[in-house]
Design a protein around this ligand. Structure first.
Ligand code: CA
Length: 236
């Protein structure tokens, strides 16, 4: 156990997945506790208060959605859901029950570690400051939060403030579908269902300005996402 390290609870009944996930998280400097049932997870959350939970959707006793609901009654601990297949779950159901992010199996363990870091960053009060120092990349596209600078290769692209914020939000949630209402809330600060055409208009502008470097994918009937970047890293 490392002094001061954050503890991550891994809830996964497949031993091979639980062990490689644990290994990668330990290598990234986290303390890891792994359990294989929903009831063990709830017991652990009640007594230990982990910094984050990685929660498999399909468990032998309670399913991940039910665990998520129960945890949310008492705790805001960040939850990252693991799902077996994209089609298994409505893209946003994890968010509706209060999960912070999800990954579809099979996933690259490095992607998992990146998501864990991102979720922990978003959940801490220092989030804003950390973001100031942050730079995100996707293919030819790089976006620097502190300088509010967007480049395609070496070429700088001028974006309006909300276009920048929208692009950042989608890139920071890479692989996750965000609905128009969620984007309105996160980027424009609306806490009610607003005029979602605003989102479409800004996405259209981003695509026009970024051209082929635009990473934004339309998910019909749901919203928008940024797809995972093609990677040469080994898949798990
Ligand atoms: Ca499982």
């Amino acid at each position: 156990m490392t002094a001061g390290a954050q503890t991550i609870l891994v809830v996964e009944d497949e031993a091979s997945i639980a062990s490689f996930v644990s290994l990668y998280l330990k290598n990234a400097g986290y303390d890891v506790r792994a359990v294989s049932t929903g009831s063990a997870a709830l017991t652990h959350v009640a007594s230990e208060q982990p910094a984050l939970i990685i929660l498999d959707l399909m468990l032998p006793d309670l399913d991940g959605i039910e665990i998520c609901r129960r945890v949310r009654k008492t705790s805001d601990v960040p939850i990252l859901m693991l799902t077996a297949r994209d089609e298994d779950v409505d893209k946003i159901i994890g968010l509706e029950v209060g999960a912070d992010d999800y990954l579809t199996k099979p996933f690259n363990p490095r992607e998992l570690v990146a998501r864990v870091k991102s979720v922990l960053r978003r959940s801490t009060p220092d989030r804003r400051r950390d973001i100031e120092e942050q730079e995100l990349h996707h293919g030819e596209l790089s976006i620097n939060a502190g300088r509010r600078e967007v480049k395609v290769g070496e070429e700088e692209i001028q974006l309006a403030p909300k276009e920048f914020d929208l692009l950042w939000e989608l890139l920071d949630h890479r692989g996750l579908v965000l609905t128009r209402d969620q984007l309105l809330e996160r980027v424009w600060g609306y806490t009610f269902a607003g005029d979602t055409r605003t989102v479409d208009v800004h996405v259209r502008q981003l695509r026009r300005k970024l051209g082929e470097a635009s990473p934004i994918v339309t998910v019909w009937g749901v919203g928008y996402k940024v797809g995972p970047e093609r990677s040469t890293a080994p898949a798990a």
